[in-house]
Structure formats: C-alpha cells, structure tokens
Design a protein around this ligand. Structure first.
Ligand SMILES: [Zn+2]
Length: 569
C-alpha cells in the first residue's frame, strides 16, 4: 500500500478555526508510521491541463485569483465566512491534493503498486466550476478521469458521512464510472443531495447509487448495508479499478454529523474494498481520506485501519502507548481526548442503544433494502440470498473460448434446460448479470441443483447466446422472472423475444410469473439509453403475454421507469 503524504500536504489549510484542519496529519501520520507505513509519494501540484479534466478553465482562473489575492466578493463557492474561505496559495495547495491522487493513480495504472492510500485526498464535493464543502479541486474525480483516459472502468465507493456529490456530478454521464455513496440523509445534512432516486441518466442510468441514512444510524445498520450492496454492485458492473473515499466523519464522536458509527465498521468497509479490488480489478485500488473532524480520537485510527486493510495486515491489539502520550495534551486542548487504546471501538462506540437509534437503524436498513432492490440486478440478488454464489469468490463456470457469430447459423431454442444439459453448456459473456460470465454459469448451475429454476436458452454449438431464467417452483404458483438477456452481436435479431416466448410456453398451467425490471437490468459494458431500454423491456414482455401492472410504491418512487408486469399461464 503506497502511502501518499509529503511536506506540501499540510498546506491545504483554510486557517485556524476551520474544521478541516491540517493538524490531523500530526497524530494520524505519526500513528501510521508507528504501524510501519512510510510515505512513498510526496504530493506536488497537478498541472492546469490535468485540472481541466474535471474543472472549467474559468473556475481554475478564479481559484488562482483568490490564491494571489485572498479577499473580495465571494465567487464560485469561495468566500470569507463560508465553507471555503480564500487563502494565500490556495490554488497550489488544492492542486497539490489533486496531484497526489493523480500521481497515485498513475502508479497503480503503471502497475508499480496494487494499492495506494492518499489520506489528504477525498475532496469529493468540489464541482466542475465551483468549490463546495471544504473542497476546491476534486482530486477523486480527477484520479478517476485519469483512469478513464486509459479506458479503465471505475467503481467509486464513498463512505464519507456526506454525499459524494462532486464525484457523482462530474462523472454523471459516463457509463464507465459507477459511483456509490452511503451517507447521512441530505434531509438533515450538507450537501442536501444523495437521495435514492439519483440513479444516473441516459446511457449512464443505473451508474449512480445512493444510500441515505437516518440520523443516529450506527454500525449495526451501516456495515450490513455496505456488505449487502457493494459486492453485488461490483459483480454486476465489473470494474477494472476501484477508487474509495474513507471519510471518518460518520463516527459517533464526529462533531459535524449525526451518525453513530465506529472505526470497527470503517475498517470492515476498507477490508471489503480490498477484497473487491482483488476479486474484480486485479487489485487496482486507490483509497483516499475525506472528512473527519475528530482529529485525535477518530481520524488517526480510521486512516490506520484503511492502511492495514490495504497492507493485508491484522489490526494490532492496541494503539502504541507512546503515540497516546504524545498526542493526549494537544487533543485535550481541542476537547478530543483521550486517544483511544484500541484501533477498533467497542460495539456502538460504547454508547447504549436507545429507542431512537433502534428506529433509525431500522429505517436505514429498510432504505438499504430498497436501494438494493432497485440498483442490483435481480439474478445477482437472488443468487446471493439463496446461497448459490458469493460475489467475492472467484468462480470457474463454463465460458466459451470464442462466441460464435450470427453468420455461423441459427441457434437452437431450448425451452426448458435441465441441470445435466446446463452442465454441458457454456455462457457467452454479457448475456445476463453478473459481468463475469463464469459467475452467470455458476449461478444457474447452482439454482438448477437447489431450486426450481425454469431456464430457457438460445444455443449455438454449446454456447448460450440468449437466456431467460425464472424462479418457478412446482410448490408455488407464484414465480418471478430473474433474468433475460442476449449476447452482444446477437442483439436486435429477435432472440430475446423468441427465448421468452419458448420460456412462457414451457411454464406449467396455473403458474404466475412476475417481472420487475429496474434500472439495474442492463449491459453495463455497452448500455443503451435507460428510457429506450425500458420501452424495449415493456414491449418484449407484453408480446410474450405479460400484462403491465403498477410497480411497488417505494420502487416507483425511487426508479419511476421501473417496468412491472405479470403473466398468468
Ligand atoms: Zn489488497
């Protein structure tokens, strides 16, 4: 894990009294060093050309003007008395944060390191043409932009207590960047955005995922939500690289927000990101810091847990005595004392549960369930819930050596594939979710072994080029369509319709099949416009005999374009 820190890291300083203080580097880098982490990359300013990847020329010029003359009327989010007051040298200081993340990204892209951690980075609120929320230049958006120049698909995971709005906005139209942010609800906290309905638009529909939490939510709801949704999003999206923002301000002791989180859960999330990077992205992972305003008790431990996760090291039993003794007096001056004896916290940060937190945890868990229902493909969810497949485990399902082209002849339509037949077939890439076709093959294989899956396929040689999968148990007359898809190269030739028609014909009489097609049901590598996709899904279902029905109220409120239909045999 390359640690990114240098003398210029502390120049990003809005002045005494500002919550985002470079004082935090003192106790935090000291603790990292005690663990054996030595900075290996000193941030230097990014060039104007690099800043232009994510910011307008006019905005950069405005920052430079304030940098040279730090006074005057507020402009572009920069002004006295606001979140982003001007200071002398602010352009160079902010460009240095950006440079640290960009250079760290380049070290990963070159293959010099698998993982890098830039604790001074994570300025996720900065927008294309304005400063916001202590953030001048968006180093995370810029690092992602750098990876996109090399054509890599990026999964961005934002654990800060505030919505990662700048990164989401800057990459909003790019289907090659999926952003996920878990944060305190914008109804109660800056920046006010990050609702469940912010899902992306056009070809990027489905590539923004937001999980807003009730105030008082703690690790009991936070970590299970992350563990439920993030590995599934990764499996569905198939990233080449992971960028994460580890703001420590969700902690129970943080003075700016209202969640009840622990360093334990933060460390758990960091370990999950590490596992996802290794599973899906050949280990390519850039981690950054972010918010965190308890500079002595929380930030040093949070950053240490991120570094330990990336270094694949166990968490030591206790923080060093010398570290605690060194920083206790300074922490006391700011009312942030004593430095804790352990890296992880006791359950719920040592605070008793009360009815208000119980209610908050419960409501947040319900929102997490809704977000998962809308943002994760149905087959992926069902496979995990039923124990058919683990998104963090590499599977070795059958994938064809090469996908046959349509010119090679008409596929055979198999209306009802059984387990024995399936074991002889391979699945072409990107027929159905997950992104990894071996995973899709393994899921259907396990489903055919353990449950009444109804599977229909279009097959060329032994390669499945179109597939329909339903859960249709003999014991129940209630079934669900789990997936329907066609391989690239075979699309727009009517095969989805043919396979679905055969699928429906082979269902037992009296069976009812429900289809709920949300924004998650798409090819993440070559997506078509979200509305076009919904119209296609609706027409295809209706042609196969499905009748449109109103979507579940909560689902419709989140993803208004969801297509829901039911078929009765
Ligand atoms: Zn790792």
């Amino acid at each position: 894990m390359l640690l990114v820190f240098g003398p210029r890291s502390t120049t990003y300083d809005f002045g005494p009294g500002h919550p985002l203080t470079p004082r935090r580097f003192g106790p935090a880098i000291d603790l990292l060093r005690a663990l054996g982490a030595e900075p290996g990359l000193e941030p230097r300013p990014a060039s104007d050309e690099e800043l232009r990847w994510s910011h307008s020329r006019r905005y950069i010029d405005t920052v430079k003007r304030f940098s040279e003359a730090p006074y005057g009327w507020a402009e572009a989010g920069i002004g006295e008395g606001g979140d982003d007051p001007p200071f002398a040298g602010m352009h160079e200081a902010a460009a240095t944060v950006a440079g640290g993340s960009i250079r760290a990204m380049e070290a990963i892209l070159r293959g010099d390191v698998e993982h890098a951690f830039h604790p001074g980075g994570g300025l996720h609120h900065a927008m294309r043409d304005r400063a916001s929320g202590f953030c001048i230049y968006d180093d995370v958006a810029l690092a992602i932009a750098r990876a996109r120049l090399d054509g890599l698909r990026v999964l961005y995971l934002d654990f800060d207590v505030h919505h990662g709005d700048g990164v989401q906005a800057i990459h909003w139209n790019d289907p090659g960047v999926m952003t996920f942010s878990i944060h305190e609800s914008g109804r109660y906290l800056f920046p006010g955005t990050g609702g469940v309905g912010e899902l992306g638009v056009g070809v990027a529909a489905g590539t923004a995922v937001n999980l807003p939490l009730e105030p008082l939510t703690g690790e009991r709801a936070w970590l299970p939500a992350v563990e439920a949704i993030v590995p599934e999003l990764a499996a569905a999206f198939g990233p080449d690289l992971v960028v994460s923002q580890h703001g420590a301000d969700s902690h129970a002791w943080d003075p700016l927000a209202h969640l009840n989180m622990t360093t334990t859960a933060m460390g758990g999330a960091a370990r999950l990101v590490d596992a996802i990077a290794h599973r899906h992205a050949d280990g390519r992972w850039l981690a950054t810091g972010g918010g965190g305003y308890d500079a002595y008790r929380v930030v040093p431990r949070s950053w240490s847990l991120v570094w330990l996760a990336g270094a694949h090291r166990e968490v030591p039993a206790s923080t060093p005595v010398a570290w605690r003794e060194t920083w206790a007096p300074e922490g006391a001056r700011y009312g942030q004392t004593p430095p804790p004896e352990a890296f992880t916290d006791p359950p719920n940060a040592g605070e008793p549960f009360d009815g208000a937190q119980d209610a908050a945890d419960e409501r947040s868990a319900a929102v997490a369930g809704l977000v998962r229902r809308v943002a994760v493909p149905r087959l992926v969810r069902e496979a995990r819930d039923r124990g058919w497949w683990d998104p963090l485990e590499r599977v070795h399902g059958a994938v064809p050596a090469g996908v046959p082209a349509p010119a090679s002849g008409a596929p055979a339509i198999l209306p009802a594939v059984d387990a024995a037949t399936w074991s002889r077939l391979t699945v072409a890439p990107r027929v159905v979710s997950p992104a990894d076709a071996a995973g899709a093959h393994a899921i259907v294989a396990a489903g055919l072994q353990t449950a009444s899956l109804h599977v229909s396929a279009a097959v060329v040689g032994d390669a499945v080029v179109a597939l329909a999968v339903s859960l249709a148990t003999a014991a129940s007359t209630q079934g669900e369509l789990l997936a329907l898809g066609v391989a690239p190269g075979w699309r727009q030739r009517g095969f989805a319709g043919k396979v679905l028609a055969a699928h429906v014909d082979a269902l037992p009489e009296g069976q009812e099949i429900v289809a709920e097609v949300t924004v998650a049901e798409r090819d993440p590598f070559d997506p078509i416009d979200g509305h076009v996709r919904r119209d296609l899904a609706r027409r295809m279902l209706e042609r196969a005999g499905f009748m449109a029905t109103p979507a579940d109220t909560a689902v419709r409120a989140t993803d208004p374009d969801t297509v829901t239909a039911v078929l009765r045999r």
